[in-house]
Design a protein around this ligand. Structure first.
Ligand code: CMC
Length: 388
């Protein structure tokens, strides 16, 4: 049967953009990206300036309030976050019920979803309530990720230390030791650089979900599901696997050229928006080099840098450069994180962005409901099952 196009589809056809490339689907005051020049700003402040001067907590305040805090506001915000570091007993029981071989991203998605059951009014969507839920999810999730990692290692949970920053507390909950100031700062910079990034796939997912006036937990849960994909946040694990497959820096050239010949995607390269080097990759490159040297992992940095040079030679003309996931892999490894905790780390930080976007969406909501361009048949006969 010849497909028939409905006359009303002509408009949709004209505006159809596969993967919604180039479509403006929301307004935000949180982050600005110029993909041609490689610029990222949070509320107008360059990501490099924030990475150098800010803390994750201050960056979250900036994203949620669209301005930097005063000293007393920052202290109050820190105190509010720290007061919510602990998990409730029900959450501890749920972690203990998780299979020890479960993927941390599946565990994270499931347990963030379950937080709705610990909230007496999970569906309350006033801006005030949404902000409170955002703060609680952000503050508690490090304990959930670290708690699951300890559970699967057969270790007891550690109680959060409210004297510690978000970054230091997470590493403490994971390892039972307070990190060195250098490690804490490195992790803090990772958190800052991953906090928000325009209408990326997971943020779009969160905004789509909340646009039905569902609830914060559903929106963040959906966003976590989106983030784990290898084309999105899951790429940082792919980068590490690739680095592990390359024995020495001398093996980089044949390995990458073989992948290019086979038309394989090189994880940690390319971006829908950036056609120049992702400014976050530039920040993380410096950090990765320093950490790699300090922790005896120089080979990882050298292999990464060699890959970047080959990719620049082969792919710069197509606008394919390193993205945020490329050097974050070496950085996370040097901080001592296990491979399958890389994407959960991304999620811990991006909760700040997701929830900020949920609050923005609630403040000026319109249901997301695009249309499809139907390309199937029309007027098809219904054939009885006995005749098929
Ligand atoms: N390696 C090799 N070729 C690539 C790559 C790559 N990493 N990325 C894009 N290309 C090629 C692709 O094969 C295609 O070539 P051709 O025109 O000859 O068919 C062209 O570039 C355009 O690719 P596309 O998939 O249509 O472009 P996109 O805008 O949908 O791609 C992307 C964005 C991130 C999905 C893609 O670059 C990719 O798959 N990268 C690897 C995965 C990755 O690193 N993801 C992390 C993204 S940044 C952080 C985040 O969002 O979480």
């Amino acid at each position: 049967m010849t497909p028939r196009r409905d006359a009303t589809m002509s408009t949709a056809e004209k505006t159809f953009s596969k993967g919604l490339e180039g479509v403006i689907a929301a307004q935000t005051e949180m982050s600005f990206i110029n993909g041609t020049e490689g610029i990222l700003e949070y509320v107008g402040i360059a990501i490099g300036d924030l990475a150098k001067n800010s803390s994750f907590e201050e960056t979250v305040f900036l994203l949620w309030n669209k301005r930097l805090p005063t000293q007393s506001e920052l202290e109050a915000f820190n105190n509010e976050l720290r007061a919510n570091y602990s998990m409730c007993d029900a959450m501890k029981q749920r972690i203990k019920a998780c299979p020890v071989d479960a993927e941390p991203m599946h565990v994270l998605r499931t347990l963030v979803s379950s937080m709705a059951m610990d909230d007496a009014s999970p569906n309350e969507n006033s801006v005030e309530a949404a902000r409170h839920k955002a703060l609680q999810i952000l503050a508690t999730t490090p304990a959930v990720v670290a708690g699951f990692d300890r559970h699967r290692r057969g270790l007891d949970f550690i109680e959060p230390d409210t004297s510690l920053s978000f970054a230091a507390n997470f590493l403490y909950l994971l390892n039972g030791e307070k990190p060195t100031p250098a490690m804490e700062r490195a992790f803090d910079i990772c958190m800052i650089t991953h906090a928000d990034h325009g209408l990326n796939n997971s943020t779009f997912t969160a905004r789509v979900i909340i646009s039905t006036l569902s609830d914060m937990y559903s929106a963040i849960t959906g966003a976590i599901g989106s983030l784990r994909g290898p084309l999105h946040g899951g790429a940082n694990e792919g980068v590490m696997k690739m680095l592990n497959e390359i024995p020495t820096v001398d093996d980089v050239e044949p390995y990458i050229m073989n992948k290019i010949k086979n038309k394989d995607r090189i994880m940690g390269f390319g971006h829908r928006v950036y056609k120049a080097k992702d400014p976050r990759a530039a920040e993380l490159m410096t950090l990765a080099k320093q950490l790699a040297d300090d922790t005896g992992n120089s080979d990882l940095y050298e292999k990464s840098h060699a890959i970047e040079l080959i990719m620049e030679r082969e792919y710069a003309s197509k606008g394919i450069y390193p993205n945020v996931d490329f050097y974050s892999a070496t950085t996370y490894h040097c901080i001592g994180l296990k491979l399958d905790l890389f994407t959960p780390m991304f999620a811990l930080s991006r909760i700040a962005g997701w929830s900020g976007h949920v609050i923005e969406q609630l403040g000026d909501n319109r249901l997301f409901r695009p249309t499809t361009d139907y390309v199937g048949p029309h007027d098809a006969p219904y054939t009885p099952i006995s005749e098929r």
